[in-house]
Design a protein around this ligand. Structure first.
Ligand code: SF4
Length: 207
């Protein structure tokens, strides 16, 4: 797993009794202006999140630990796990097979736009809890902070939320409090309208 003579990559890390998996450093669809990695910081808590290689399915399964060791296992890290959709789904399937079923995905919600099809049901089938970065109450504010690579990202993200919810996932949308122009109450109202939960995040909180 580690490159000889260098510090090992952080593939799994623990925060608040949850085990997090650092699946990739790639985001693909967004370059959020508030992201620590675009502001010269690659650390979460005491962990260095910069990966020198993409972890394999086996490495990720091993990093997730054993049943009962953690409250939940979360696909998160400093990157977008759905850019490695097949790897993420296979890891989830293997964890479920070994009895680890409390799984969560923290995502930008742009997998549907990335793959050109609705992948939310596939994800919801193996990862029952999904947290999506709503980030803003409207497209203009979203685009300013998240700097999407392609037009239509905000609408696509909302579609992902709806689809994941309809597929039976326990969905929470989040927004970062304190970013200029982000109206937390309006974000919460969107969550209510979509029938999903809402969580206010603070800056640099990647959990
Ligand atoms: S989606 Fe997350 S990891 Fe990617 S740029 Fe935005 S804040 Fe950073």
């Amino acid at each position: 797993m580690a490159t000889s003579g260098l510090e090992a990559d952080t593939i799994g890390y623990t925060l608040n009794k949850s085990r997090y998996l650092n699946v990739t450093n790639r985001c693909g669809m967004l370059r959020c202006a508030f992201c620590p990695k675009f502001n010269g910081s690659w650390t979460v808590s005491e962990y260095n999140m910069r990966l020198r290689h993409n972890p394999t399915v086996e490495e990720l399964v091993e990093a997730a630990g054993e049943p009962g060791e953690y409250d939940e296992v979360v696909f998160c890290g400093m990157g977008e796990s759905t850019t490695r959709l097949d790897v993420m789904l296979e890891v989830a399937r293997r964890l479920r097979a070994k009895g680890i079923t409390k799984l969560r995905l923290n995502t930008n919600g742009l997998a549907n736009q990335m793959y050109g099809r609705d992948v939310a049901p596939e994800i919801a089938a193996v990862i029952p809890t999904i947290s999506v970065s709503l980030n803003a109450q409207d497209e203009e504010t979203y685009n300013r902070h998240c700097r999407p690579r392609y037009p239509g990202a905000y609408e696509s993200m909302l579609g992902f939320v709806k689809s994941a919810h309809e597929a039976g996932a326990d969905v929470t949308v989040t927004a970062v409090d304190g970013l200029p122009g982000v109206d937390i109450a309006a974000c919460e109202a969107i969550a209510r309208k979509l029938g999903v939960k809402f969580r206010r995040r603070v800056l640099d909180d990647l959990v």
